[in-house]
Design a protein around this ligand. Structure first.
Ligand code: UD1
Length: 429
């Protein structure tokens, strides 16, 4: 199992190219199941989760090709990939494949819409709370599907096709909104999705579906209207930049001090996190090239933050912010409202000398003068990168174990940080 060794204490200086968003790439790949024509995706990040979803899609019969380099591109540029589901040969997504990644459950929507049936294992994924799929099932039922749960599988049927309907989500769910959007695109008649997720990745998927011939309005607001069509066509679409990766590196710079351009980053995707970073003492400037983050001299100021659906502060940056606040001059408070059990990084941060008290969904962080390197263990995707942030400012060596969590969501993390002067190396085996 790979490990990452970090020696802290050096400011970050340079350029970090921002990859395509994992959380958009995954549903976009899944959207390829909706059409027998090829879907070409550009700027697809090289991530373990993308590879895992490739296996799942291949099992359904999707031909996948990774295009070679083009002139003017380098190894940091995203991949161009074609997904071609000319024939769906299997409507079952088996446990061995789905259990590794929660988002793979989302194949249920397109399979059901195109084939009239889908049998998909209940998902696994990050251990951050119970993360049920009841709302995804509710959405499909509102479109006329019958659902049975048997032997750990969700069996969805709509023999005569899906029919448009009203879907009102009692809470904002990204996966529920993706599922409803994809299924409704091929349903007959109109679907209205109320309390829809407004996350940029939902908008990106809707934009791609529109290129494929779907009739969608209102994406980016909490009321999306879909007029179903009988078939969708192929398209070409570039995955939007990863706002979570952007926010993560912005926090790393705020932590170590220094001056980094986050190349290709788009500020409107993470306004709330950038405001928080400003309050914490980072200087943020925006240009056509991306977002520049600078912190010189001034210490890190404490903040109070509550996670919320977009446009609020993202739960996927909560652990990283906590990593940063371990060195603030004063007391910070972070409240997690999206997932229960998303504080697994707290114990590991404590191994580096952080002082954090937990009370239910609230964390109180007393900033400390210095952190000290130690062996730590990555527990989930975002938690593990919070350890990297803390390690970059810790005295001495930190060894991050179980790096496969990082590889699920961060492309070439050690290269990107290493190029900016950090001492970070991967130890294989
Ligand atoms: C997606 C993101 C994940 C992010 C999360 C919230 C991807 C691949 N993953 O996950 O990184 O942290 O959005 O921004 O895009 N819920 C239910 N029933 C359901 C579905 C969800 O109760 O059927 C609850 C969840 O337990 C959670 C909340 O709704 O408390 C939000 O979850 P949701 O937005 O669905 O998260 P994901 O789509 O799984």
């Amino acid at each position: 199992m790979d490990r990452i060794r970090i020696v802290g204490g050096r400011p970050l200086e340079g350029i970090i190219p921002i990859s395509g968003a994992k959380n958009a790439a995954l549903p976009l790949m899944i959207a390829s199941l909706l059409t027998e024509e090829p879907l070409i995706l550009e700027n697809v990040p090289r991530l373990a989760d993308v590879k895992q979803l490739e296996r799942i899609l291949e099992n359904h019969g999707v031909d996948i090709a990774v295009h070679g380099r083009r002139s003017g591109t380098d190894a940091m540029d995203g991949q161009r990939m074609t997904f071609h589901a000319s024939e769906i040969v299997d409507t079952t997504a088996p446990y061995e494949l789905v259990s590794k990644m929660r988002a793979s459950f989302w194949v249920v929507g397109p399979l059901l819409a195109r084939m009239g049936e889908a049998k998909v294992s209940l998902p696994g994924g990050c251990a951050i709370g119970t993360r049920p799929v009841d709302l995804l099932i509710m959405a499909l039922e509102r479109l006329g599907a019958t659902i049975e749960i048997d032997g750990g599988y969700v069996i969805a049927r709509a023999k005569n096709g899906l029919k448009g309907g009203e879907i009102e989500f009692p809470k904002v769910t990204v996966g529920g909104t993706h599922t409803a959007l994809m299924a409704a695109s091929l349903a007959s008649g109109e679907t209205v999705i109320e309390n829809a997720a407004r996350e940029p990745e939902v908008v990106d998927v809707a934009d791609c579906l529109i290129k494929m011939g779907a009739k969608i309005t209102g994406h980016g607001t909490s009321r999306i209207v879909v007029q179903g069509v009988s078939r969708l066509n192929g398209a070409r679409h570039a995955v939007l930049p990863d706002r979570i990766e952007t926010g993560t590196y912005a926090m790393a710079v705020a932590m170590t001090g220094g001056d980094v351009l986050l190349e290709g980053a788009r500020p409107e995707l993470l306004q709330s996190a950038l405001e928080t970073l400003g309050q914490a003492g980072a200087e943020i400037t925006v240009s056509n090239a991306g977002i520049r983050v600078v912190r010189n001299g001034a210490g890190i100021r404490p903040v109070e933050v509550t996670t919320a659906p977009f446009p609020g502060f993202p739960t996927d940056l909560q652990a990283q912010l906590m990593g940063l606040m371990t060195r603030a001059k004063g007391t910070s408070r972070i409240t997690e409202t999206i997932f229960e059990n998303r504080f697994m990084h707290v114990q590991e941060l404590a191994r580096l000398g952080a002082r954090i008290a937990l009370d239910g969904q609230n964390a109180t962080i007393e900033g400390v003068e210095k952190l000290k390197g130690a062996p730590v263990m990555a527990t989930d995707l975002r938690a593990s990168v919070s350890l990297v942030i803390a390690a970059l400012a810790a005295e001495g060596e930190t060894m991050v174990n179980r790096v496969y969590h990082l590889d699920r969501g961060f492309e070439r993390l050690e290269d990107k940080l290493g190029r900016c002067g950090a001492t970070v190396e991967r130890i294989s085996g």
